[in-house]
Ligand binder design. Structure first.
Ligand code: SDX
Length: 432
């Protein structure tokens, strides 16, 4: 849990407002990020801060994830993303984010067994899919499944709060992965495939997605490794939009399932996790409508009068190359090589990236490819359909959302989230 015990006191910052000067505590975290503690601001000056999108505003102290946007650094609990992606399984990283340390062999095996034993959906929940139209977006069903877990698996009276949380964590990580595969099978009219005890987390997902009674699908270990890496890349990312929504809902006392369901909906937005689906759709349109004319696309994306935006480019925090995009780019090439296929959309994406990196409009604004620029291409190379890409992001982000929610709930400074505003509407007037 984030704590002032791990910060360094830097004295104070002085603020003068209309002749009144106040001292506000100044401190820095373990990576020398500086912050002004403005908790006394309104009481002492009557003023509040104004910061649309919270670009300059920190909402908490956190021990979970650290990003250096200028240097393109991402660490979970102090471990660099490249090391975790190379040497760990996704469930190890999920354990790390939630418990603060990597599991030893026994803890890994026990966690894997728990995830397997909670991998089935309640049969009544399985029938939810019968009521959805085939074209239902799987992010809608995933959010509905998340909040519905609270009705099928209410709080257990005879166990501790911690055990209740452990059950919720395991169910969210395991059952939502199963629900994601079920929604895909429903969308293509195939019989659903149940999880198998003999398969590990990622292998089980691939088997549930691609095995059919007439296609004896064998999980390719290279694709399973690629899926582990992709989920690790997505596992957490500080106070991003969807994590902030999970915490905002949780700060009101709502249960973890309801908080996660809200986070899934936030992630669905095209400016956030939905970008990975929109990148592919953008690349397909560029090929079909513009004949792959990269120059024209770049000019359109710089034209303020043109609503077109380059999806998968730019980031609120990274003003350098997103370290996750580097890993995803190489993985896309590896998976295509493994499957012996090529993808004209990857060739186009590489041309677009080259044009972005050479154009001062983007470089001067710190606009580089982000995680969503290549991950969709990798999922596509694995045979995962476009409308499932953001679901894959949600499965990966699940442990990060859970870890952020738990940290918020344990925070002694934690309060219900309720930003203020400055009113600019009509002053008092009478109906008569
Ligand atoms: C994710 O927060 C996280 O950590 C998110 C995430 C995670 O892991 O949780 O990393 C996942 O959401 C990645 C981002 C996916 N979204 C996209 O790829 C959509 C395309 N990108 C943009 O819409 C935008 O870059 C955002 C939404 C990502 C960031 O928006 P900001 O920080 O509010 O930046 P902005 O819109 O104010 O842009 C700053 C400038 C503007 O130009 P000027 O006003 O300075 O002239 O950069 C321009 C923008 O017009 N700009 C772009 C652009 N993105 C920003 N111009 C062209 N194409 C783009 N993609």
């Amino acid at each position: 849990m984030g704590s002032f015990a791990n910060t360094k006191d830097l004295g104070s910052a002085q603020l003068t407002i209309q002749g009144t000067t106040i001292d506000l505590p100044l401190f820095e975290g373990s990576e020398n990020e500086k912050a002004i503690d403005i908790r006394a601001l309104r009481k002492e000056t009557g003023a509040i801060t104004y910061d649309p999108g919270f670009v300059n505003t920190g909402c908490c102290l956190s021990d979970i994830t650290y990003i250096d946007g200028e240097k393109g650094i991402l660490r979970y609990r102090g471990y660099d993303i490249n090391e975790l992606a190379e040497h760990c399984e996704f469930i190890d990283v999920a354990y790390l984010l939630i418990h603060g340390k990597l599991p030893d062999d026994e803890q890994h095996n026990q966690f894997s067994r728990h995830l397997n034993s909670h991998s089935l959906l309640h049969e009544d929940m399985r029938h939810f899919f019968d009521a959805y139209p085939d074209h239902a977006h799987p992010m809608a069903t995933l959010s509905a499944m998340a909040v519905s877990l609270s009705t099928f698996y209410p709080e257990l009276e005879d166990v501790s709060i911690q055990e209740n949380i452990d059950y919720k964590v395991t169910r969210l990580l395991s059952k939502l992965r199963t629900a994601a595969a079920f929604s895909y099978k429903k969308s293509i009219g195939h019989p659903i495939v149940y999880p198998k005890r003999s398969l590990k987390y990622c292998e089980n997902f691939l088997n549930m997605m691609f095995w059919t009674p007439v296609n004896d699908y064998d999980v390719d270990p290279v694709l399973a490794k690629a899926l582990n890496k992709l989920l690790i890349l997505h596992a957490d990312h500080e106070q991003n939009c969807s994590a902030s929504v999970v915490k905002m809902v949780g700060s009101a006392g709502a249960n973890l399932y309801a908080s996660i369901a809200a986070g899934i909906c936030a992630l669905w937005g095209p400016l956030h996790g939905g970008a990975n689906q929109h990148v592919i759709e953008m690349l397909q349109r560029i090929l079909s409508d513009d004949g792959g004319d990269v120059k024209r696309v770049i000019e359109r994306s710089k034209d303020k009068n043109d609503p077109f935006r380059l999806m998968g480019v730019g980031h609120r925090v990274y003003k350098s190359y997103d370290p996750r995009a580097k890993v995803a780019k190489q993985m896309c090439k590896d998976v295509l090589a493994r499957t012996g296929t090529t993808d004209p959309l990857l060739d186009l994406a590489l041309q677009l990236e080259e044009a972005v990196l050479a154009d001062d409009y983007f470089v001067s604004r710190g606009l580089y490819p982000n995680i969503d620029f290549y991950t969709g291409l990798t999922y596509r190379a694995m045979g995962i359909p476009t409308n499932m890409f953001t679901v894959m992001f949600a499965i990966g982000r699940m442990p990060g959302w859970i870890a952020q929610w738990l940290e918020m709930r344990e925070d002694p400074d934690g309060r219900i989230g309720r930003p203020r505003q400055i009113y600019t509407g009509p002053v008092q007037r009478s109906v008569k």
